[in-house]
Write a protein that binds this ligand. Structure first.
Ligand code: FE
Ligand code: CA
Length: 530
C-alpha cells in the first residue's frame, strides 16, 4: 500500500469527509502494518514463462487530446502478488492510427512497480481530437492484445452523435457475461460502468456459476486477486479493449452498503474499516483506466470528475459512497420520515455537491449526464406494515439533498439533465420531479436505471406486483427484471435508450434482445416508449 510518509501528508490534505480524530487514528493504526518499501530494484531483463498481460488492456477518462491506457502485469493473476517479483519492470507502450499498429504516433515506457500491483496508467497526450487509435503494451518480447480507443471531439464542437452503453453489477458467481459479448458488437464511443464491478463476498456466497477465489476480501492482495479474477473473463476483456470507459464504484468494490468510514457490519470500528477501504480503493485504482489524479492517498481516492463529448453532452461521474453520511433508519426500508428528510444527511458530501452544481452551471452540454450509483426515483413499495416504504441506501434515504439537487436543476434551467444509475439489478426508466409523489408538478430530469450484467442470475421480465408497482409510482415509464445493459444514442434533437436484455445468464450463450426503447426530445424530460 501507499503507506509512505509523504502519502500520509498527501492523505492529510485530502481528509475531506473524515473527521480529523478518525484520520489520525487511521494513520497511527497504519504503523502496525508492515510497509512495502519502495523498490530500489528494477529488472529490465525479466523473462516471463507466461504472458504477463493475462487480464487484458483498457482505456478510459478520454478528453479531446488525451486518454489513459491501462494494463497490469500478472502472469499468475490469482496469486497474491500476481506472479510478479518485488521489483519494478519497465513496460513499453505504443499508440497507432491503425489496428495493425503500423502507423505509430506515440510511444513510451513506464515502470510497473510492486507498490501499485505492477499496473500501468499511461496518459497518452497531444492526440488529435475526435480520433480513433489503437494501442499495445510489450515487455521483453511479450505483447498484450491490441486495444482500441478514441479521443473526444473538440471542446467547442457540435458533434452529430454520441453512442454509449452503461453497465453495472457483474457478480461472477451469479452468471456469465453474455451481455458484454453483445455489447462488444455495438459501435460505442464510450462505456460507463456504474458500480459493483466486483463483489467482496467469500467463495460460494452468491452462487456457483463461477466461484470466487478465496474468502471475503479484506487485504490489498485479496482485492487485487478478486479484480484479476473478474478481469480474466474474455467478454469483459473484449469490451474494455473496444473503447474508453468512465468508471465509478458503488458499495461492493469495498463492502456491501458501506457509507464513508462506516461498514455494513456494525461491530467494525471506523478506523479498521478505513484500512480495509484503503486496500479496496488502491486495488480499484490499480485495475481501472483512471487518471493519475485518482491515485489514492491513504483511504481517499478522487473519483468524481467531469467529461464532455464536445457540446453535445457533458457528463459528471459521481461518487455516492466515499463521502455519504450513514443510511438513516438503520438502512431498513422506511417511510419518508424525518430521518429520511434530515437536512444534515448527504450522499455526495458538501464539496462534491458544490462541485456538481458548479459543473452543471458551467456546462455547455445540450445533455447533462449524471453517471452515478443508486436510484434517484422515489420508488415506494408496501413493506410489512408500512403502506409505502423507500430504500434508505438509495437517494430517498437522502431526500433533502435529492430534492435540493432537483430544485437546483429546475431553478437554474439546466439543459436536459439525464441520470444514469446501476445498483439494483433491474431496468427502470423514470421521470424525476422535485418530489416524485407529486405527479401534478413538472418533471425536471429523466433517469435510466440499468439492470445487472449478471448479478441475481436469470431474472424475469416482470414481477407479480408489476402493475401495482407502476400504479403506486406513475413516474416509472418502464420496468423489467432481466439481466443486460442499456445503450444510448444521443443527437442534438433526441436521446434514445435501448434496453438490451439477456434471456439466461446461468448458462453460456444466452440470447440478447432489445426489450424496448425510450426516447427523450431535447427540451423535455418526458419519456416516450416506442
Ligand atoms: Fe449490485
Ligand atoms: Ca450496490
Amino acid at each position: 500500500m501507499l503507506f509512505q510518509k509523504n502519502n500520509f501528508q498527501k492523505a492529510a490534505q485530502h481528509e475531506n469527509g473524515i473527521n480529523r480524530r478518525l484520520f489520525l487514528a487511521y494513520v497511527s493504526a497504519l504503523y502496525s502494518i508492515p510497509t512495502i518499501g519502495w523498490t530500489a530494484n528494477v529488472n529490465r531483463r525479466m523473462k516471463f514463462a507466461i504472458n504477463p498481460f493475462s487480464i487484458g488492456v483498457a482505456s478510459g477518462d478520454a478528453n479531446s487530446t488525451s486518454v489513459v491506457l491501462w494494463t497490469r502485469l500478472a502472469p499468475k493473476p490469482l496469486d497474491p502478488d500476481g506472479g510478479m517479483p518485488n521489483v519494478g519492470v519497465p513496460v513499453q507502450w505504443r499508440l497507432a492510427t491503425d489496428e495493425g499498429m503500423n502507423n505509430v504516433v506515440a510511444s513510451g515506457q513506464q515502470l510497473a512497480t510492486p507498490q501499485l500491483g505492477h499496473s500501468i496508467h499511461v496518459t497518452a497526450g497531444q492526440l488529435k481530437p475526435d480520433t480513433w487509435y489503437w494501442y499495445q503494451f510489450s515487455v521483453n518480447g511479450e505483447e498484450s492484445v491490441v486495444g482500441r480507443t478514441r479521443t473526444m471531439p473538440p471542446r467547442f464542437s457540435n458533434p452529430k452523435q454520441l453512442s454509449f452503453a452503461a453497465a453495472s453489477c457483474q457478480s461472477l458467481e451469479q452468471g456469465y457475461y453474455t451481455a458484454y459479448d453483445r455489447m462488444a458488437e455495438d459501435e460505442l464511443d464510450i462505456i460507463f460502468h456504474l458500480g459493483d464491478y466486483i463483489y467482496e463476498y467469500t467463495a460460494g456466497n452468491q452462487g456457483n456459476i463461477r466461484k470466487h477465489h478465496g474468502g471475503e476480501i479484506e487485504s490489498l492482495s485479496d482485492y487485487r486477486v478478486r479484480h484479476a479474477q473478474y478481469k480474466l473473463d474474455p467478454a469483459l476483456q473484449k469490451v474494455h479493449a473496444r473503447c474508453p470507459w468512465f468508471v465509478t464504484w458503488d458499495d461492493h468494490e469495498v463492502d456491501n452498503n458501506c457509507a464513508a468510514e462506516i461498514s455494513e457490519q456494525k461491530n467494525v470500528k471506523p478506523v479498521d474499516f478505513l484500512i480495509r477501504r484503503a486496500a479496496a480503493y488502491q486495488a480499484f485504482y490499480e485495475n481501472m483506466p483512471l487518471r493519475r489524479t485518482s491515485i489514492p492517498a491513504g483511504p481517499n481516492l478522487q473519483l468524481y470528475r467531469r467529461g464532455a463529448f464536445g457540446q453535445l453532452a457533458e457528463f459528471m461521474v459521481l461518487d455516492g459512497r466515499q463521502y455519504r453520511s450513514d443510511q438513516p433508519n438503520n438502512d431498513v426500508r422506511s417511510p419518508l420520515n424525518d430521518a429520511a428528510f434530515n437536512p444534515e444527511s448527504s450522499m455526495l458530501g458538501s464539496e462534491q455537491r458544490n462541485w456538481l452544481k458548479q459543473s452543471l452551471i458551467q456546462s455547455r452540454g445540450t445533455w447533462n449526464i449524471l453517471a452515478q450509483q443508486v436510484m434517484m426515483g422515489m420508488v415506494g413499495m408496501p413493506s410489512g406494515d408500512i403502506p409505502m416504504s423507500y430504500s434508505m441506501d438509495q437517494w430517498p434515504g437522502y431526500t433533502h439533498e435529492r430534492m435540493e439537487l432537483l430544485r437546483f436543476m429546475a431553478d437554474r434551467k439546466i439543459s436536459n439533465p439525464v441520470v444514469l444509475t446501476g445498483d439494483i439489478h433491474s431496468n427502470w426508466a423514470n421521470e424525476l420531479r422535485i418530489d416524485d409523489r407529486k405527479m401534478d408538478t413538472p418533471a425536471v430530469a429523466a433517469e435510466f436505471v440499468g439492470t445487472s450484467i449478471s448479478s441475481a442470475g436469470d431474472g424475469q421480465d416482470r414481477i407479480a406486483d408489476h402493475n401495482k408497482l407502476l400504479s403506486n409510482n406513475p413516474f416509472i415509464k418502464f420496468h423489467n427484471r432481466q439481466r443486460g445493459y442499456f445503450r444510448c444514442t444521443v443527437t442534438q434533437k433526441t436521446w434514445t435508450t435501448d434496453y438490451m436484455v439477456v434471456d439466461k445468464v446461468t448458462t453460456p450463450g444466452g440470447k440478447v434482445t432489445k426489450r424496448t426503447s425510450l426516447v427523450l426530445e431535447n427540451g423535455s424530460p418526458t419519456l416516450q416508449q416506442t
